[in-house]
Design a protein around this ligand. Structure first.
Ligand code: HGY
Ligand code: MN
Ligand code: MN
Length: 427
């Protein structure tokens, strides 16, 4: 059987449609936030997904929205019994985010379906095109909401997670018009997925530094989140001598810098503090209470565990220094995910077939591929991010690079579809 190669016989991604889609979604954002914000379950997110669903239907996909808001379009294959090839990403953003994170993968997945239909190419496998709900997370601290639901991991503990106002994640999902009580209906069965392929902007500097246009991801980092509550003693700021204070804010400040110190000491480790808040923001009263939220990331689980151990030790030392007491609460740890090596080799071959030498690299950002890898072999294609920047208004990827990524994604779908059953077929 001769290999179908993108670029021949009218099988080409339509860069103009990709450009128009990027522009259209860039117009569905929260005007009160900087950058391009379509925060999960906000009215902008709901509007953006409605537009995505309309594009999927216009591309001829049988499209539905699942109980937590994930948009799923299906292009039936010639073999009804064959498992699905799944392509997708997410269209929600962080507050103050950019125009490309997630969006490139959603538009690229739709364009794969459009190109197949335009050229009259029928796959053996069903093609499933997905815009996962709320990949970026929420004030309740839960990331990858839609893909976690599909993989069966969005349980009552996560749906019951609350933000500072006591609003649960289930409330947030229901507030966007979805039905979190029916989360079990979102679950896909193992065996349903032949392969999961995600196109995404790198969000880091590696491809640009190496002058590469395509990356194939080896693994996705693990993440441990935490909340630190520091308890001090309220006293008069003018009369209490410095060596007798229990100043929660000073202990928290040490705890913030300990995240940076511990993470910076490791290889491929990062750590970040999100919020630092106190209940007494007065300068004439010593802080009795401070709270900080943060996270550590590493591509290795043993290293992540060591970062947690070191941090607990640093907090205890800060407490001794400041005569405070602290409660360090670790959130869920998403372990590092090694992506499927056989499928990644197929994807690297697909990239070569359309003229790109793929660079192998790990992802410091997490992705829906982490959850989809629980259902079958998963692989990711990266395209360069200018200056390695993301999660900011300056996030940028050239349209040519987007088009190269979609070309590789399309070729990878064709190549996976053509794999003989059993012959090293991923999954
Ligand atoms: O947190 C992340 O890495 C992703 O952008 N949600
Ligand atoms: Mn993303
Ligand atoms: Mn992101």
């Amino acid at each position: 059987m001769t290999r179908t190669v993108v670029g021949r016989g009218g099988l080409d991604p339509e860069a103009s449609w990709l450009a128009a889609g990027l522009d259209h979604l860039a117009g569905i954002v929260d005007p009160d936030l900087p950058g391009w914000s379509r925060v999960g379950f906000s009215e902008q997110d709901v509007a953006g997904r409605a537009w995505v669903a309309a594009q999927m239907r216009e591309a001829g996909l049988e499209t539905h929205v699942d109980a937590v808001g994930t948009v799923i379009g299906v292009l039936p294959g010639s073999s009804p019994s064959a498992p699905a090839i799944v392509v997708g990403s997410h269209s929600d953003t962080v507050p103050g985010g950019g125009r490309f994170d997630g969006v490139v993968g959603v538009l690229g997945a739709i364009e794969v379906a459009r190109a197949l239909r335009r050229s009259g190419t029928r796959l053996t496998h069903e093609l499933r095109v997905v815009d996962f709900a709320n990949e970026e997370g929420n004030p309740q601290g839960v990331k990858l909401v839609g893909s976690r639901a599909i993989a069966g991991g969005l349980g009552p503990d996560l749906l019951g997670a609350t933000d500072d106002t006591g609003t649960t994640l289930a409330d947030l999902i229901a507030g966007a018009g979805h039905d979190p009580a029916a989360v079990a209906s979102c679950r896909w069965r193992p065996g349903e997925v032949a392969a999961y392929l995600e196109l995404h902007v790198e969000q880091g500097p590696v491809l640009e530094q190496q002058g590469a246009s395509i990356g194939v991801v080896t693994r996705v980092c693990g993440i441990s989140t935490f909340v630190l509550d520091v308890h001090g003693r309220r006293d008069h700021a003018g009369t209490m001598p410095m060596d007798r204070r229990s100043d929660a804010m000073c202990c928290a400040a040490d705890a913030v810098l300990a995240v940076q110190r511990i993470a910076a000491a490791g290889a491929d480790t990062v750590g970040t503090v999100g919020a630092l808040t106190t209940t007494s923001p007065l300068t004439n009263t010593i802080s009795e209470q401070a709270r900080l939220t943060g996270e550590f990331r590493s591509p290795r689980l043993d290293v992540l565990r060591e970062l947690q151990r070191q941090y607990a030790e640093a907090v205890a030392q800060a407490d001794a220094r400041h005569r405070t007491t602290s409660d360090l609460t670790w959130g869920h740890t998403d372990p590092p995910t090694v992506l499927d090596a056989a499928l990644s080799d197929v994807v690297a071959g697909s990239a070569a077939a359309v003229g790109h030498d793929a660079v192998r690299l790990y992802s410091g950002a997490t992705h829906d591929s982490v959850e989809m890898a629980r259902l079958g072999p998963a692989a990711m294609v990266f395209v360069p991010s200018r200056d390695g920047r993301s999660h900011c208004p300056q996030e940028w990827t050239d349209l040519d690079d987007v088009e190269h990524g979609v070309r590789v994604l399309l070729q990878a779908v064709l190549d996976v579809d053509a794999l003989p059953a059993g012959a090293g077929r991923p999954g």
